[in-house]
Design a protein around this ligand. Structure first.
Ligand SMILES: Nc1nc2c(ncn2[C@@H]2O[C@H](COP(=O)(O)OP(=O)(O)OP(=O)(O)O)[C@@H](O)[C@H]2O)c(=O)[nH]1
Ligand SMILES: [Zn+2]
Length: 302
């Protein structure tokens, strides 16, 4: 038996496969002589499963009983979480990047806003990546950047085809241990992840033989290292916005309203910013109509 077997190691759950957890060993642990093994397929210790403790992608875990040869181990503890993203289920997420294509399909301001609202309910920092920048004039791309800046968002112009803006996007994720990419279907999320991680196919290929799982055949969440110490999640879904039930909370999901309100609060605490007396948010802002429509859908749900 390998004498490393009883040692505890720390790792990050990067994917779930039926009853197995794919765990990537922590960087410090990787410095040890581990025969080049950096990922293990783990089961959960019975006591953990009995207590009903679920393990999510993004969880920091401790593992024991490591079999380096078979690349197997047992998860014995889960570190306290910063939080859990619901759709997709990712623990300890630190940033959301919403990908929206400038063309094919063209940007739809309301669709983008629905994604932003959904993202805002998580309380995480949000950036926008305008993809397929190779398909439009720079001036149009720039207009969109300026527009969302007025909404309160930082954005990037990227093209996976021409490898434009990829390094800037990567750099923006430097301080985020776990970033989640989301956005509508077909905007180029997968292409973007491939651009961020040129070696991805190689790495994924290495595990897929063992797990009988190809990158494009799975719709489960998986975390990939993006070369700055951080991880990025490729996510399915996240298409329908989750609005708060309380209409009075809707305003907090709009940075424009937040900043107006913080500068000078409306006269009434329960102001819905619909031109009421003493409202400091006003009606003269780009997403006012979108805000009003979202509010109406909350006030009179079907
Ligand atoms: N011109 C251009 N096309 C792109 C770019 N990125 C992706 N595409 C194309 O857009 C289409 C969709 O790309 P994907 O990367 O599969 O998009 P996705 O967002 O992952 O799509 P789903 O998996 O359906 O969610 C493909 O035909 C890509 O070749 C880009 O930067 N420029
Ligand atoms: Zn108001």
């Amino acid at each position: 038996m390998n004498n490393n077997r009883q040692q505890r190691h720390k790792g990050l759950v990067i994917a779930l496969h039926a009853n197995f957890y794919q765990v990537r060993l922590c960087k410090e642990d990787l410095n040890e002589e581990l025969n080049g093994v950096n990922e293990l397929l783990c089961t959960a210790r019975t006591r953990l499963s009995q207590k009903g403790e679920r393990i999510y992608v993004g969880d920091q875990v401790e593992i024991e009983a490591i079999d380096w040869k078979e690349k197997r181990a047992i998860v014995v503890a889960i570190a306290p979480r910063l939080g859990i993203l619901k759709r997709p289920m990712v623990a300890n997420c630190t940033k959301l990047v919403i990908v929206i294509s400038l063309m094919q399909p063209a940007v739809d301001a309301n669709q983008l806003s629905r994604f932003l609202l959904s993202a805002e309910t998580t309380d995480l920092p949000i950036d926008i990546a305008f993809s397929k920048s190779d398909l439009v004039d720079f001036s149009l791309a720039e207009q969109w950047q300026k527009r969302v800046e007025r909404w309160g968002y930082n954005s990037f112009l990227v093209s996976s085809l021409n490898n434009v803006g990829i390094e800037q996007l990567r750099h923006s994720l430097d301080d985020s241990p776990i970033s989640v990419i989301c956005g509508p279907s077909g905007v180029g999320k997968t292409s973007l992840i491939n651009s961020l991680i040129p070696s991805l196919d190689l790495k994924v290929g290495a595990v897929s033989g063992r797990l009988q799982r190809g990158r494009h055949t799975t719709r489960h969440v998986q975390l990939f290292p993006i070369g700055n110490g951080g991880m990025i999640a490729d996510t399915p879904g996240f298409n329908r916005p989750t609005l708060p039930k309380d209409p009075r909370k809707l305003g907090w999901l709009f940075p424009e309203i937040r900043s107006a309100f913080i500068e000078k609060p409306c006269r009434f605490r329960n102001c819905l910013h619909q031109n009421e007396l003493g409202c400091t948010v006003g009606t003269n802002w780009d997403r006012y109509t979108f805000y009003t429509q979202s509010l109406e859908s909350l006030l009179s749900p079907h």
